[in-house]
Design a protein around this ligand. Structure first.
Ligand code: ADP
Ligand code: ZN
Length: 803
């Protein structure tokens, strides 16, 4: 019997077990097993095999192998091991994060073993057929005269359509996936008639178009026979496929693609093709302004990768951006697509995961957790909006999927594309150091101009002590836009009505009972609410501290903006999108749908409205207070603000009419605005990188944030001091003082959350090895130092914020 190292979550060291073998079940590394541990049966994962265990060890036997196939392939194991090492997180728990929730450790009983094998068979057969079909396409020319007049009519019609999909609508809210029949070019479909000669096969495949059969039937009644003939002759193929509905519950409609690439797109693709051909790891930054057609480049790159027999992973930062990406990809790759994101229920997610694992879905689209997709031979990873902080997980395993894409890409010898209109400073720095390649898309696809940006100094419009929500220029612009029947987006990154309730008599501020944060007044429900823990109380009449009638509300939130706006423009239809209005799952889409259908004149919203959306009739964007993110206590505040402003500005003027942006601020002299107004991100970068260098912040150093949390503040403080003393001693002993900086401990900017006090300490170093060694020391020493204190130490490697 062989011996195996078994990873048993949450233990951080592997255990040794013996595995019984039988002729039809060879144990394989990566398989999930049940093992006895302290009189219980627990789930573990076979991780390494060896013949001769240490002598003298009492070795137990694995009691059951749970799945017929390994859950972790050879391609994935080194990746997961790397993650455990780099983020100083127990390997067992990394494995848990990497698996779909439907397969969580406690659910093994619900997994049936045999159906999995069956499923694999059926799905992979379908897959092979498809590939064969695509490869069999014949290239010999066949004159149109060979066809009957009726057939010719159909073919010419297809030609005139360029084989583009037509709009079809489905009755909304059909619960089960609905299938429709579509026609595809068949195996003997002749490219001469429909495409220019000398186009490479890959490009033809990228443009594999299909049409709903329904539409043809309407256009050519009584043509069933002809279509059947054409199908028999191999000119078309009729297939059934699941209809894709867009985020608004409608069948995805007219898509213009595939397009003739713009010159810039074409150049980018040439570089990508070279990269893929080389078969070795490479990262390319695709820096393309908003509306420059990055998605089309991803689509073509994916086609090339599939042609090489390798697989594709596409990542977006947020679930809200999935439908758009999915729509585009499904039109080109149909059933080859799998989705991985938290909007799916555990069962659905498990299904998707299995389809990926058995090779039926070589194209995966997902949010950050998709970085763990069980793709066996990954050829391309795309990280769209790579600058987005949402790629970082902010609890449990605090990984950054954008960073991990580079690691996984390297291990898989894949091509990694980082796409953004405003790449992160670190990414641009990598490019300057020539560690990654650069592809630029400098123009919008139809050469639409970027919107004009007007900066407004709010101080100028002070009326006594009151500062208006809308400066006169912005108010006028909104009015003008309304008169012209166009749409407006207003952005304010703060929800609620008033954001601070202060007693003008005693100076007290009303704070949360559990957190060190002020409560926000929400007019709806007339209550004070904590945005972090949800604690809420009715709005008191008198000050809770001095019991006098001195309470006054300050600050502004989206709710207040909505109310004031309704007063200013009583005839406009106004909508609001923030966490308060999108509580129900679908309301997010309903709000956007109303905007798309032009039932909304003005949409007010928080960050949710800034990203990705493409609404051609939006011609005015107002940023009500740019200072909110500029004053963020973080060295990335400038970078984040620029990205946010560029994103939200990018929503204006995407259609035929040029856009206008008004940015209100108290601080118009801030250097960032000079670049924002000129859309000069590289100029901003050049300035920003100097600050980073001078202050030794990333990319000139690496950071690890140590967060101490506990219910008793003194204990938290004491543990932080103890660890700090211990680390300083280690720095001295190892003579690391020149390469390592220790900042703090200090009370965290949010000193208390949900009743837990928080302190933090920042490790900053240029040499990531030393930094890592230091973190290991903390992990070793922590048990002794925190025992009995009730304090928890969290290590956040490469933190994205330090609140
Ligand atoms: P980005 O992601 O760079 O902001 P998108 O990929 O959303 O831009 O593209 C913007 C629009 O341009 C989309 O509607 C897309 O379908 C269209 N588009 C992309 N490439 C082309 C092209 N070569 N010719 C015409 N339209 C294109
Ligand atoms: Zn709270």
């Amino acid at each position: 019997m062989p011996y195996f190292q078994v990873i048993v979550p949450p233990l951080d060291h592997p255990l040794t077990y013996e595995v019984p073998t039988s002729p039809n079940s060879e144990p394989k590394i990566g398989q999930r097993v049940l093992v006895p541990l302290k009189k219980k049966l627990v789930t573990g994962y076979l991780w390494a095999e060896f013949r001769h265990p240490e002598p003298g060890l009492e070795i137990k036997t694995v009691s059951q192998i749970l799945d017929p196939r390994p859950l972790f392939s050879e391609a994935l194991r080194p990746f997961l091991t790397w993650i455990a090492y780099y983020y100083l997180f127990p390997l067992g728990l990394v494995l848990k994060v990497a698996l779909p929730p439907g397969l969580s450790v406690s659910s093994y009983q619900s997994i049936e073993i045999t159906p999995l094998g069956l499923e694999v068979l059926q799905e992979s057969r379908l897959q092979e057929n498809e590939i064969e079909l695509l490869q069999k396409i014949s290239w010999k020319s066949r004159p149109l005269s060979r066809f009957s007049p009726g057939e010719k009519k159909i073919l010419s019609y297809l030609e005139s359509q360029g084989w583009l999909r037509q709009t079809t609508r489905l009755k909304k809210e059909t619960a089960r996936p609905k299938k429709e029949r579509w026609i595809y070019p068949g195996a003997h479909f002749d490219q001469e008639h429909f495409l220019k000669k000398d186009r490479p096969l890959s490009e033809f495949l990228a443009s594999v178009p299909c049409l709903p059969l329904k539409d043809l039937r309407v256009r050519f009644p009584l043509s069933a026979q002809r279509l059947a003939t054409l199908s028999r002759k191999g000119l078309i193929e009729i297939r059934e496929q699941v209809c894709l509905r867009d985020s608004f519950g409608e069948i995805l409609s007219r898509q213009e693609g595939p397009f003739v690439l713009t010159g810039e797109q074409d150049q980018a693709l040439t570089r990508i093709r070279e990269g893929l051909k080389s078969g070795s790891y490479q990262t390319l930054l695709l820096h393309g302004i908003t509306g420059s057609g990055k998605t089309e480049v991803y689509l073509r790159a994916a086609t090339e990768t599939l042609l090489q027999g390798r697989q594709v992973l596409i990542m977006v930062p947020e679930i809200g951006l999935i439908p758009q990406m999915e729509g585009q990809f499904r039109l080109r790759f149909g059933e080859k697509i799998a989705l991985l994101h938290s909007g799916l229920n555990p069962g659905e997610r498990l299904d998707q995961w299995r389809r990926i694992q058995d090779g039926s879905s070589p194209v995966v689209i997902g949010t950050r957790s998709a970085i763990f997709a069980p793709l066996a031979s990954l050829g391309l990873i795309v990280v769209d909006e790579e600058h987005d902080p949402s790629y970082k997980q902010t609890d449990s395993l605090r990984y950054n999927a954008r960073d991990l894409a580079l690691v996984r890409g390297q291990q898989a010898s894949a091509l990694v594309i980082l796409g953004s209109a405003t790449p992160s400073i670190s990414t641009l720095y990598l490019r300057r150091q020539k560690k990654i390649g650069y592809l630029g898309l400098y123009k919008r696809v139809q050469e639409q101009v970027l919107p004009e940006i007007n900066l407004i100094d709010l101080k100028k419009f002070r009326r006594g002590r009151r500062i208006p929500l809308f400066s006169p220029p912005l108010e006028e612009a909104i009015g003008r836009n309304l008169d012209q029947g166009k749409q407006t987006l207003l952005f304010l990154n703060r929800r609620g009505f008033d954001t601070l309730i202060l007693c003008t008599l005693c100076g007290a501020v009303i704070k949360c009972r559990n957190c060190s944060l002020t409560l926000t007044y929400h007019a709806k429900g007339s209550q004070l609410l904590c945005h972090t823990c949800g604690y809420h109380i009715p709005l008191p009449k008198d000050c809770p501290a001095c019991h006098q009638e001195g309470l006054k509300a300050l600050g502004m939130g989206t709710e207040k903006v909505e109310q004031e706006l309704a007063g200013l423009f009583p005839n406009a239809s106004i909508d609001r999108m923030d966490r308060d209005t999108v509580i129900r799952k679908r309301s997010h889409f309903e709000i956007l749908k109303k905007l798309r259908d032009q039932k909304t004149d003005i949409l007010i919203g928080t960050q949710m409205i800034t990203k990705g959306h493409d609404f051609p009739q939006v011609t005015l964007v107002g940023v009500l207070c740019a200072d909110l993110s500029l004053n963020w206590p973080d060295f990335r505040a400038g970078e984040r603000t620029f990205q946010l402003l560029a994103q939200v500005s990018g929503r204006a003027g995407r259609g035929a009419h040029p856009g206008q942006v008004y940015i209100q601020t108290f601080n118009p002299a801030h250097y960032i605005f000079k670049y924002v107004c000129l859309h000069d991100y590289l100029g901003f970068y050049n300035q920003e990188i100097r600050f980073r260098r001078a202050l030794k912040y990333p990319p000139f150093s690496r950071l690890i944030n140590l967060l101490f949390q506990g219910n008793r503040e003194t204990a938290v403080n004491q543990v932080a001091e103890k660890i700090s003393g211990y680390l300083r001693e280690e720095i001295r002993k190892n003579k690391w003082a020149n390469s390592l900086e220790l900042l703090g401990p200090v009370s965290a900017p949010i000193a208390k959350i949900k009743g837990r006090y928080r302190w933090q300490m920042l490790l900053k170093g240029e040499d990531s090895r030393i930094l890592h060694q230091m973190a290991c020391l903390i992990r070793e020493a922590e048990k002794a130092l925190i025992q009995g204190t009730g304090v928890q130490i969290i290590l956040d490697v490469d933190p994205m914020d330090m609140l």
